[in-house]
Design a protein around this ligand. Structure first.
Ligand code: ASP
Ligand code: MG
Length: 420
């Protein structure tokens, strides 16, 4: 007997038929003798609609009250939790729904982007034991203890709810049922020979998720890493009856690197097209210039990613290049224009049609020359590299957007990731 968390996303609970399908997945695990907590998202499209209503109700952005936004958008999950509990009961499975404030799932008071502080798992465990009762928990939401108000965790937050519940009840695994059957070496729509990974280490998944792979909310992986919650990404569209709860269903296990026997050098390739490049030309090469550039950007809440600065040849001036989300490109340029006197530069160059390609793998820690191979392979394809950054288990290259597919395919074969 094991204790499991099963999380179902919006497409998996999009209508009553699919909720019934979810209930059959849950029943299968209960019948196998497991103690189960289910975490659900809102029905597909519901949260988007709720957000639109909030925006429509607003007159100006300034009046936006995140407390009321949370009151509205948290309602989507309330509905699915109740519906799934009803469905389970109708199948003869004991079940009870839980809202964030009922359990409670305590969070900070950062409305719309709250962080989980604590999940009370004791009541759930008592009910597993006493009544064999499945807990159906509304994802995405919580409550702030001090104010008693409903909070939400940011878009995609149900993944994080699920991992937090798994940690609180010491579950053996947190199964994330979704519309794909696992985590792939790269986006299969771009590289048809991408392969599903059997296992991936938390750190690698964290990089993949933050570099553009959209399988899981990044924070859920962070939380899994901190609390060592094994996360299993699997498909909710497999027929529940076809799955042997004691077998090895297809999916990807995100786990501690110690659990991975055969570590590849490169595990996956992520890419993000929503990048923009900004180059600040001929700034003085003296203390305080980087602060003068990045201080105002930080104040404007613009996330800066790759930063490249050359060492000047003449000791007088140099260029600083960095990337920002494409959506913030204009705002970033305006911010720099306003700070021109403080920074002191000749001009600003920018490009919006750029892609950041990131190659990720824990094996890079102990292997030299991994990135050098990529530079050669891209040169052979005549793909120019605009900027490079590296970390212990990752390197990222900024290239022209037009070469995205070619670059990703080239690197995918280069590191032996193609399915044979
Ligand atoms: N329903 C929320 C959203 O769409 C949370 C989630 O599905 O994870 O963002
Ligand atoms: Mg999601």
């Amino acid at each position: 007997m094991a204790r499991l968390v099963m999380k179902f996303g919006g497409t998996s609970v999009a209508d009553i038929d699919r909720i019934r399908n979810v209930a059959r997945h849950v029943k299968r695990e209960v019948d196998a003798g497991h103690e189960v907590a289910v975490v659900v998202s809102a029905m597909a499209g519901t949260t988007d609609q709720l957000v639109k209503w909030c925006e429509a109700a607003l007159k100006t952005r300034q009046l936006f009250d995140a407390r009321e936004y949370d009151a509205v958008v948290a309602s989507g999950e309330q509905v699915t939790a109740g519906l799934l509990a009803i469905t389970l009961e109708s199948m003869g499975v004991n079940a009870r729904s839980w809202q964030g404030w009922q359990l409670p799932i305590s969070t900070t008071d950062a409305h719309a982007t709250a962080r989980i502080v604590d999940v009370n798992g004791a009541e759930l465990i008592a009910r597993f034991k006493e009544r064999n009762e499945v807990a159906v928990i509304a994802g995405f939401q919580g409550v702030h203890r001090g104010t008693g108000r409903i909070t939400t965790l940011g878009r995609g937050g149900s993944d994080t709810s699920a991992v937090a519940v798994a940690a609180a009840i010491a579950a053996e695994r947190c199964d994330i049922y979704t519309d794909v059957d696992g985590v792939y070496t790269t986006d299969p729509r771009v590289v048809p020979r991408a392969q599903r990974l059997e296992k991936i280490a938390f750190e690698e998944m964290l990089e993949l998720a933050s570099q553009g792979a959209k399988v899981l909310q990044v924070r859920s992986v962070e939380l899994g890493m901190v609390h060592n919650v094994r996360i299993f990404v699997r498909s909710s569209f497999d027929k529940p009856e076809d799955i042997d709860p004691r077998g090895n269903p297809p999916g990807t296990l995100i786990c501690d690197e110690g659990e991975i026997m055969e570590q590849q050098i490169v595990t996956g390739i992520a890419f993000s097209k929503d990048e923009a490049q900004i180059s600040v030309r001929r700034v003085e090469d003296k203390p305080g210039v980087a602060a003068a550039i990045f201080g105002p950007l930080a104040e404007a809440n613009i996330n800066v990613d790759m930063i490249v600065q050359n060492v000047s040849a003449d000791g007088a001036t140099t260029d600083i290049t960095f990337t920002v989300p494409a959506a913030d490109f204009e705002r970033a340029k305006d911010t720099l224009a306003k700070a021109r006197d403080r920074i002191g530069y000749e001009r600003i160059d920018g490009a919006i049609d750029v892609t950041k390609v990131s190659v990720i793998g824990i094996g890079m820690r102990s292997h030299a020359g991994v990135a050098a191979k990529a530079f050669q392979a891209l040169a052979d394809r005549r793909i120019n590299i605009r900027a490079i950054t590296t970390s212990e288990i990752k390197f990222s290259l900024l290239i022209d957007g037009a070469f995205t597919e070619l670059a990703v395919r080239t690197l995918h074969s280069l590191y032996g990731l193609d399915k044979v």
